[in-house]
Write a protein that binds this ligand. Sequence first.
Ligand SMILES: Cc1ncc(COP(=O)(O)O)c(C=O)c1O
Length: 340
Amino acid sequence: MIDLRSDTVTKPSKAMREIMAQAEVGDDVHGEDPTINALQEYCAELYGKETALYVPSGTMANQTSLSAHTQPGDEIICEYGSHIFNYEGGAPGVLSGVQLHPLYGDHGILTAEQIREAIRTANVHHPVTRVVALENTHNRAGGVVYPVEVIAEISELAREHGLKMHLDGARLMNASVATGIAPIDYVRYFDSVTLCFSKGLGAPVGSIVMGDEEFITKVHRYRKIFGGGMRQAGIIAAGALFAIRNNVDRIRNDHKNARRLAAGLNEIDGISLELDWVQTNIVIFDVDLEVMNAAALCDAMKQREVYMNPIAEQRVRAVTSLMVSDEDIDRAIATFHDVL
Ligand SMILES: Cc1ncc(COP(=O)(O)O)c(C=O)c1O
């Protein structure tokens, strides 16, 4: 089977499992798990943030951050395709009593000008704009990398207006590997940053939130409230620490494979895509509806052991990861030819 559904399908390697089996553990709710403490220190240093907190998922990393930044009635500016708007079950409303103000970006990228127009004026009728939340890379836009100069402009605007900057950095390492820009040079513009270990980095569980002490103290409290306080979780954190230490560089291969897949798909009648926008490990492409729709294509591919997800009537998302070898890409392209 060739699994192109997501980079969340990655399974821990033998080496990672061995490290996990040997992990030293303690009660993390009391801050006594040495492996989790080591992971938090490692990430905070790598990202140039004061401190960090390990949490069970990317969704919890985003939602504890948003809760820590806001009060009920506040508003968060984000992009229309963002994960916090589409794929977190309406959590900002449920958990923080805030609303999202989504704006359409060009391939997921917002400009400072768009955000400036969306910031609320002080008026009793309006919610209070409190946070600008960006996503890098942008998942639904197809793994698009946020240009660092655009981030800098948005951050300057946010400072002018006293807004917090939050980064959903689930795949920030993909952005960093693709551009050669160090993570620290992306995250210096943000008050809060998340990173997922269980996507392209290949660990089985967990994400991390980073920021200053005051912010992380609040995140810690929300992690407990949301039921995310774990105990001897050093066993899973050891996988995350292994991943961040060993699996960043190999992401390059996922990007190469995504580009090869995109180039192969681009040659096939009935498929269209924007090659220039395949920047990391995600390939989004459209199927000609006169040939078949996205769901039918994915079904036909699945029967031939190649798995992908339709994300709209015409649109399919394919994601490369450490579960997908170079040969798998050749086989997947041949299977597309077969089906189409
Ligand atoms: C950009 C982005 N943010 C957050 C998440 C949430 O991660 P989790 O599934 O661990 O909650 C995902 C998951 O795919 C994601 O793609």
